[in-house]
Ligand binder design. Structure first.
Ligand SMILES: [Zn+2]
Length: 241
């Protein structure tokens, strides 16, 4: 059932279609605002509101736009997730290249595809462990609040709200000095993740932040274990930059 993006109560429908292309948005009976104004908005407005961390836009995306599913990830969200992992690979590779160029150290003598595989593996493991960590934290934090928690939607909320990583690519194109502002985008991604999680689980930001800390903590732990196990000088360099 769709919900009002302003106050979160369920509504019967988001709009009534009188004829093709002519619709009337439904008013929410509780807050008297349009139940979902984003029905009529194009993607640019949605993207801007995501950047502005508006809770309404995440309610729209998670509850009203995605087709309801008991299990699994929406194919389009999955594609975005794969794209974000590949972005991570590219950014790590870019930082490595910059590091070796600046420090005048010969690049690690390993076949190129092996280097790529190492970084890809690391990024996939980071992604999986981060998702696992967040789900684990959600399980312990709020298992008494809801009878059923839709963990697949938690993953989708995290993927959708990580859209900010796309902005890092623009820095690579424009060749800003060593991605010095990439930390700022990481902050935007983190705060977007906190917002999306807080909206989906209907919780305050402190709890949402606590859940993210667990996810990120496990991710850093996984990086250290992965490097210890593979003992790869490439990855050691990568994480020490
Ligand atoms: Zn409402």
């Amino acid at each position: 059932m769709p919900i009002c993006v302003e106050c979160g109560v369920p509504v019967a429908n988001l709009y009534t279609e009188y004829s093709k292309g002519i619709i009337k948005l439904t008013h929410c009976e509780k807050c008297n605002k349009f139940a979902d104004k984003y029905v009529e908005h194009d993607f640019v407005i949605i993207f801007i509101d995501m950047l502005l961390h508006k809770p309404q836009v995440y309610r729209h995306l998670l509850f009203n736009r995605l087709e309801y599913r008991d299990h699994g990830i929406d194919p389009n969200v999955l594609k975005l997730g794969i794209l974000l992992i590949l972005f991570d690979v590219y950014i790590k590779w870019f930082r490595l290249e910059k590091y070796y160029t600046v420090s005048n150290i010969p690049f690690i003598e390993q076949p190129l595809f092996l280097q790529y595989l190492y970084i890809l593996f690391l990024c996939v493991i980071e992604f999986i462990v981060f998702q696992f960590g967040v789900r684990l934290a959600v399980f312990f934090y709020i298992s008494d609040k809801y009878a059923i928690v839709k963990y697949n939607y938690i993953t989708m909320a995290l993927i959708i709200s990580s859209f900010g990583k796309i902005l890092i690519i623009s820095m690579v194109i424009w060749d800003y000095d060593q991605l010095e502002f990439s930390w700022l985008i990481n902050v935007v991604v983190l705060t977007s993740n906190i917002e999306a999680l807080a909206v989906f689980l209907d919780m305050d930001y402190y709890k949402s932040f606590g859940i993210m800390v667990v996810g990120l903590g496990l991710k850093i732990l996984a990086q250290m274990v992965f490097i210890e196990v593979t003992n790869s000088p490439l990855l050691m360099t990568l994480l020490s930059i």
